[in-house]
Design a binder for this molecule. Structure first.
Ligand SMILES: [Fe+2]
Ligand SMILES: [Fe+2]
Length: 386
C-alpha cells in the first residue's frame, strides 16, 4: 500500500486496443500521463484480440514509459482469444494491478474493479426468464455486480473509486446506436455504486458515448474510452479527479457572467478563425428576465476548470443577504468544466454540472452547454474566433 498523499491526481483511460501494429504508439500518451498524474487507471480492452503477445508488447511499452502505480480491469476484447488468465498474468508481472472483484489502496484512495457485463438499462434491463442462455447472460451481469458489491464493502479508505469496463449507467453510452445499448453495460452494475460511499466511477467500452454522467444518487461516472477522449478534445486525453482538496490547476478564475479576473490557456498560437458554424449542440440560453443577447462578438479567452465567483449583486433573483462566495473548480461548479469568454462583458459560453437540464431550464443570459459539448466547442475555437 502506497502512503496517503495530500493531493492525488488520477488519470484514467480505457480501450487502448493494443495490437502488434500499435508498437510505440502508446508511448507519448503514457509518458504524458506519467508526468501529470499520481495513479493511472486503465478501464479494459487493453489488448485488441486478447492475445498474450499483445499483452507482452503493451506491458513492455508501459514498463518503459510509466513509473506511477497502474490499476486496471480487463475488457471483453481481452477475453477474445480465450486467454484472459494469461493476459492478466503478463500485465501483473509488469507491475500492473489487475482487479477482478479485488481491491487495492494507493495514496489513501481505495479502488474496486470489475469487468462488468451487458444487459441493458432501466426498464429495458434483461431479466432472467425463459431460455437457459438468457438466464446465463443475466447471471453474468448479476455475478459481476455482486463482485463489485463485495469489493466496495471491503474498502475502508476515505476516497473510494470504482473502475469497470462496461457502463453502469445509460447516460455515458448516449451517442452510441440505441440498438447496442444492452451490450454496452447494465443498470445492475449501478446498484452497488448507490449502496456504498463512492467518490467516482470510471469505465470504457462505449467508444462513442458521453464522457460524464451520474448514478441516480449523484456519484460522477466518467466514460474514459480513448477514442471518446480524443473526439472531445484531441489535446486533452486525461480525465483527472482531484477530490475536494484542489483542482489540477490550469483553469482561470471568473465571476459569474464573464466578469473575468483571469483567463488562462488562451495563448494558442493559431490566429483567429473565419466566421462560420463550429458545432451544433443543445443549449440553455437566457430567460424572460435575462434574455440571450443578440449581436456579434469574438472569443477572448478559454478557461478550463474555472472557479466560480458568486456575487448576489449580479443576479436580479439573488437574496441580497447572501455573502459573496467562491466555488472551486470541480463537478459541482455552476459553470462546469470550461468557460469560453466573449467580447461582450459579463457573458460567455460555459459547461454545466447538470447535463439533464440543458435545453429545459433557463439561464441568466449566458449560453450553457453540457460539459462535453462545451469542451468540444472549446477545442474548436481560439481567442479571436468570431
Ligand atoms: Fe473497446
Ligand atoms: Fe469493450
Amino acid at each position: 500500500m502506497s502512503p496517503p498523499k495530500e493531493r492525488v491526481r488520477i488519470a484514467a483511460i480505457g480501450d487502448l486496443h493494443y495490437a502488434r501494429p500499435s508498437r510505440g504508439s502508446a508511448q507519448p500518451l503514457l509518458a504524458r500521463i506519467a508526468d501529470e498524474a499520481d495513479i493511472l487507471l486503465i478501464c479494459g480492452d487493453l489488448t485488441d484480440y486478447g492475445l498474450p503477445e499483445e499483452a507482452r508488447l503493451l506491458a513492455r511499452e508501459i514498463s518503459g514509459a510509466v513509473k506511477i502505480p497502474i490499476v486496471a480491469v480487463l475488457g471483453n476484447h481481452d477475453y477474445e482469444a480465450g486467454a484472459p488468465g494469461q493476459v492478466r498474468e503478463i500485465l501483473s508481472d509488469a507491475g500492473i494491478v489487475v482487479l477482478d472483484g479485488e481491491t487495492c489502496e494507493i495514496h489513501g484512495v481505495g479502488f474496486a474493479g470489475i469487468k462488468g457485463f451487458g444487459g441493458g438499462f432501466g426498464r429495458g434491463t434483461l431479466g432472467p426468464w425463459g431460455e437457459q442462455t438468457v438466464k446465463a447472460f443475466v447471471r453474468e451481469a448479476v455475478d459481476e455486480a455482486l463482485k463489485l458489491e463485495t469489493a466496495l464493502a471491503r474498502l475502508r479508505a476515505p476516497h473510494r473509486v470504482a473502475l469497470l469496463h462496461y457502463a453502469p449507467i445509460a447516460a455515458t453510452v448516449e451517442g452510441e446506436p440505441r440498438e447496442i445499448f444492452p451490450f454496452l453495460g447494465c443498470s445492475r452494475l449501478e446498484e452497488p455504486l448507490t449502496r456504498f460511499p463512492v467518490t467516482a466511477v470510471f469505465h470504457g467500452h462505449a467508444h462513442h458515448g458521453r464522457p460524464e454522467g451520474r448514478t441516480r444518487n449523484g456519484v460522477p461516472v466518467f466514460n474514459v474510452s480513448l477514442s471518446l477522449m480524443r473526439a472531445i478534445d484531441p489535446a486533452a486525453v486525461l480525465q483527472k479527479l482531484s477530490g475536494e482538496k484542489r483542482g489540477p490547476g490550469g483553469g482561470g478564475i471568473h465571476d459569474h457572467a464573464g466578469r473575468r479576473r483571469r483567463t488562462s490557456r488562451a495563448g494558442h498560437s493559431a490566429g483567429p478563425r473565419r466566421a462560420g458554424i463550429a458545432a451544433g449542440a443543445p443549449v440553455t440560453s437566457g430567460s424572460e428576465f435575462d434574455p440571450l443577447p443578440i449581436g456579434k462578438w469574438k472569443v477572448t479567452g478559454i478557461a478550463r476548470r474555472p472557479a466560480f465567483h458568486y456575487n448576489p449583486d449580479s443576479f436580479w433573483d439573488a437574496d441580497p443577504s447572501h455573502a459573496k462566495a467562491t466555488i472551486k473548480p470541480g463537478s459541482n461548479n455552476p459553470v462546469g468544466s470550461v468557460w469560453i469568454d466573449i467580447s461582450k462583458p459579463h457573458y460567455g459560453l460555459h459547461g454545466s454540472p447538470e447535463p439533464s437540464r440543458i435545453g429545459k431550464s433557463e439561464s441568466h443570459g449566458c449560453v450553457r452547454l453540457t460539459n462535453w459539448d462545451a469542451l468540444r466547442l472549446a477545442a474548436l475555437v481560439r481567442p479571436g474566433t468570431p
